[in-house]
Design a protein around this ligand. Structure first.
Ligand SMILES: [Cu+2]
Length: 128
């Protein structure tokens, strides 16, 4: 009896923990509506987060922040747009633009400054 009820309590606790995780995933700036900010990594060649997901065929406003000490940009290859989507930010600055991505899929993102992509400043844009 005692063992059984303890097992049930643990089950409830882990369910609650899972629910809390789901809630924080939705509201924590990483998911869905709120996760439209990309940052350059301070002191390194990377995007944070490296992958972002946006809706297809809907205007989406993206912000690129650059807390690093050198300029960076965030560009997307092969989206089908006539002009390559780009957000460009000098050190300590940010840029915000609204894009509409017409094609669903996964697209490579990169920084076009010399040597940055080769140093690993790449990521992924998921459009769906
Ligand atoms: Cu860069």
């Amino acid at each position: 009896m005692r063992v059984l009820s303890r097992g049930r309590a643990l089950g409830v606790a882990s369910l609650l923990a899972a629910a809390a995780l789901l809630v924080s995933a939705c509201t924590g700036g990483g998911g869905g509506g709120g996760g439209n900010t990309i940052s350059a990594k301070r002191g390194g060649f990377a995007f944070e987060p490296s992958t972002i997901t946006v809706p297809v065929n809907q205007p989406v406003t993206l912000t690129f922040k650059n807390p690093d000490t050198q300029a960076h940009d965030w560009r997307v290859r092969g989206t089908g747009l006539p002009e390559e989507p780009a957000l460009i930010a000098d050190p300590g600055k940010e840029q915000t633009k609204t894009f509409t991505f017409p094609t669903a899929g996964e697209f490579q993102t990169y920084c076009s400054l010399p040597g940055h992509e080769a140093s690993g400043m790449v990521g992924k844009l998921i459009v769906r």
